[in-house]
Ligand binder design. Structure first.
Ligand code: MLT
Length: 267
């Protein structure tokens, strides 16, 4: 499995290899690059799919100083992965926190972006109440670990329809969460808490963009997805009926089909 060192941290990434266009995908919180397994299976052979584990998630080392974590630092991990693979430009995307990192990547490495995929994510920065909640979560993790958060999140991210028809999704989410370290989770909360509001940047995005959202997403709502899609010139919006937050896992067929069709259009 390929690894590289970014800001002193050993980072693992998935790489399908191949000579097709590169697709760099950032994972959600508190999951890992492995969440993209259905899309890797669907795109392998036609695209070179690169799926980093951000510091402290999956097989990557924890950040040395979690409170110094930023979405820009996470975007640098993506740029280092492209460098290590000899890729100059890629289609760059992410889900939820991965979308925040994707927007940071576009801000800092714009010329390396061929197209954007923003799934179940938003441009708005954290409101004070959400920032305060993340701070409480950090304090509680320091005191008692991540179990309480993972229990809440594996139940709370998905729609009732998904949990009824695909009950295995909650266990899959929990399995991915359980590979995350305390330092990784505290660091990602810090990065999300401090990320800038990206609303003013949306009209400056000048590459093809796909916005995906579950119609029942309780975390990053369809209204937030519409803000992204109307703010970014020419963006395409796909709303997945009945799906909750982690749509690439809860509606993998619809998600991968929408992604494939978009990638075909921007080839
Ligand atoms: C995620 O799914 O990545 C997070 O729930 C996003 C967030 O907390 O803002």
């Amino acid at each position: 499995m390929p690894t590289l060192t970014v800001d002193g941290v050993r980072v693992h990434f998935g790489d399908t290899g191949g000579s097709g266009p590169a697709v760099l995908l950032f994972h959600a919180f508190p999951l890992s690059g492995e969440m993209w397994r259905p899309q890797v299976a669907g795109l392998r052979g036609r695209y070179r799919v690169l799926t980093p584990d951000l510091p402290g998630f999956g097989r990557s080392e924890p950040p040395r100083d979690p409170l110094a974590s930023t979405v820009e630092g996470f975007a640098r991990v993506g740029a280092a992965v492209l460098d290590a693979c000899g890729v100059e430009r890629a289609i760059v995307g992410g889900l939820s926190m991965g979308g925040y990192v994707t927007l940071a990547f576009a801000r800092h490495f714009g010329p390396r972006v061929r197209a954007l995929v923003l799934a179940d994510t938003k441009a708005e920065g954290d409101a004070p109440a959400l920032r305060a909640r993340r701070e409480e979560q950090q304090a509680r993790i320091r005191a008692e670990g991540t179990g309480f958060l993972f229990a809440q999140m594996s139940e709370g991210l998905e729609s009732a329809a998904t949990l009824a028809h695909r009950p295995g999704v909650r266990w899959e989410l929990r399995r991915l969460m359980d590979t995350s370290s305390h330092a990784g989770v505290i660091g990602a909360l810090e990065a999300m808490k401090r990320r800038p509001d990206a609303l003013a940047e949306l009209p400056t995005v000048a590459v093809p963009t796909l916005v995906l959202v579950g119609s029942e997403d309780p975390v990053t709502t369809p209204a937030m997805a519409r803000t992204l899609a109307t703010g970014i010139p020419g963006a395409k919006l796909v709303e997945i009926p009945g799906a909750g937050h982690v749509t690439n896992l809860s509606a993998p067929g619809v998600f991968t089909a929408a992604l494939s069709s978009f990638l075909w259009d921007v080839r």
